[in-house]
Every structure is written in C-alpha cells, then in structure tokens.
Design a protein around this ligand. Sequence first.
Ligand SMILES: Nc1ncnc2c1ncn2[C@@H]1O[C@H](COP(=O)(O)OP(=O)(O)OP(=O)(O)O)[C@@H](O)[C@H]1O
Ligand SMILES: [Mg+2]
Length: 315
Amino acid sequence: MNQKGGVGKTTCAVNAGAALAARGQRVLLVDMDAQANLSLHLGIEVHRLERTVYTLLLGQSTARETALLDVRPGISVLPASIDLAGAEVELAGRIGRETVLRAALAPFLGEERFDFVLLDCPPSLGLLSLNALVAAREVFIPLQTEFFALQGMSRLLDVVELIRGRLGHTLEITGIIPTLYDSRTNLSREVVSEIARYFGKKVYKALIHSTVKLAECPSHGKTIFEYAPGSRGAKDFDKLAREILRRGPPGPPEGAAAVPGRAEAAAAASAPGAAGAAGAAEPAEGAEAAEPADAAAAVEAPHCPHAAERVPAQP
Ligand SMILES: Nc1ncnc2c1ncn2[C@@H]1O[C@H](COP(=O)(O)OP(=O)(O)OP(=O)(O)O)[C@@H](O)[C@H]1O
Ligand SMILES: [Mg+2]
C-alpha cells in the first residue's frame, strides 16, 4: 500500500508473489485497482471476465466463483476490471462499507489454504484501499527511492493506526520495500538512509533496483521470473521473498495477546501488500463491533494532525 502512484506496488505484488510461489508458497493475489494492472501483468484478459473484484464487492459473485485458480503454479488471482472504479461510489452508502472485502474473502480463505494473500491497492486512500487494509493483517509499503518518497506517509500511518485502534484490528506495518533504486545516484542511497532513520528495521534489505527488464515484463504479461529469470530484477525479488520468509510474521503489538500463525493477508505494495502463512483472513476478533464509519471518514479527511511528528515532509 502506498497512496502515491507509480512507486512499484503492482510490480512488487506480482513479482514478490511469484518469488514466494517459486519457493513453494501458495499465493493469492487480489487486484484492488480499477486499472487492473496486476491482472494485466499476469496476462489475464480482463475484458472477457464476468466476475471480478467488482462483482465480489457488490455481492454478485463469491470469491470462489471469482478466483482464477492457479493461473501459474502456486498463484491464484482475484482479478479486477475497469468497473471497479464504480465500486467506491456504490459501496459508499452501505453500513460496514469497509469490511465488505474481508467478509467476502473469509469463506474462501477458510476453504483454500493460501500461505500468502497479497492485496494490490490503488494509489489512493479511498474505500477500496480501506477494504484491503481492513482485510489484511500486514502492510507492505513500497517506497520509491526518490525525493518526496516520504511525503504523504504520515497520512497512511494514521489510517493504519486508526484501523488498529477503532476496529480492534491487529494490523501491522511489516515492511518498507525500497523500490526503483538506482545505485548510480547518491539520491537513491540518501533516500534509503532517510527511510531507514524513520522506519528502522522495518526497511527490507532487499532493495528493488530500477531495471529495464522489470519495466518491460508487464507488457509481455509475464512475471520477471518468466520474462528474464537471470536478471537483476528476478534476483532482487527472490531476495525479497527470502527475507519475507526469514522474518516471518510480525510480533504482536505491545500489550496485545499473541496472534497465532503468520498474518493471512497483506496489503501489498500495497498488500502486499504481502503477508502471512497458512490460514485465512478471518476478521480480527471484535472487529465487526467497531465503528466502521469513523475509519472510512478518517480516510477521506483532508487533514493529518500528526504529520510533522512522525515523518518529515521531505526526505
Ligand atoms: N524496479 C523497477 N524498475 C523499472 N521499472 C519499474 C520498476 N518497478 C516498477 N516499474 C515500472 O514503473 C511503473 C509503475 O510501477 P507499478 O505499476 O508497479 O507501480 P504502482 O505503484 O502499482 O502504480 P499505481 O500507483 O499506478 O498502481 C510501471 O510501468 C512499472 O513497469
Ligand atoms: Mg498498481
């Protein structure tokens, strides 16, 4: 998740997912973006689909009916299409509007045993992203290693905090993934140091370099492992997958009871976002009884009171 556009959310969701699948993990990728970039990146012909995340959110299809199972070995997809753009408006008036995805996924994840559910969020903090965050247990934030990388970050941190506080949800920011890293420039190095100063150990060591092959593979409908298996991009994502597996699930927040097992869903790149092991994205206990409207309202709120305290306006 990162409400900033073009920072590598979808590239991370697709290729970290593929790297995890190559390491024997069973991965579900959920395309939460009306641009359908994740679905297209995997060569899915979205215009032919009758059931997508849009019909899922509107209750017109179940997750089982919507999922494209094993589009690659170990990778299943809940695809998006352009009409997903309308879902925000159509869901806006509903009670529990931000828990729709979590409720829709729960029965499916109860039957299918995915190790990781990665949710690729759109570049906004609207209702679709909020649904992804509420369905997730972990948040992965791809940050482009350029000037202004941290701009807007405090708003995202506030939303995560709010979901945790108000919805009684054990959502954790698992990791910051530095993306589009250019080792030839001092700026990339400086930005990574700056990011590390604010996020400490949450920053993954596995940097994703800016490479032509990574930029090319979406137009071929292939993951980097299919398009250029020996490339730097493939090595970077394999390294990231190993680091995700090595680090394991996040620890419980201070004062909280231990969460069993690895987080089940991650708002990658957006969810990854990536996230956890065996099991389903069942709602956190007590979450349903919380105050959903507040969370949704906060996401839409224009002002972030804590911006200056947490993250500098610029790196
Ligand atoms: N490491 C990389 N090296 C080179 N090109 C990259 C890299 N990561 C992403 N790109 C390219 O940059 C563009 C934006 O990447 P991507 O679609 O993953 O970002 P995003 O954050 O998902 O964007 P959006 O906010 O629009 O959803 C794409 O054309 C992608 O191919
Ligand atoms: Mg994207």
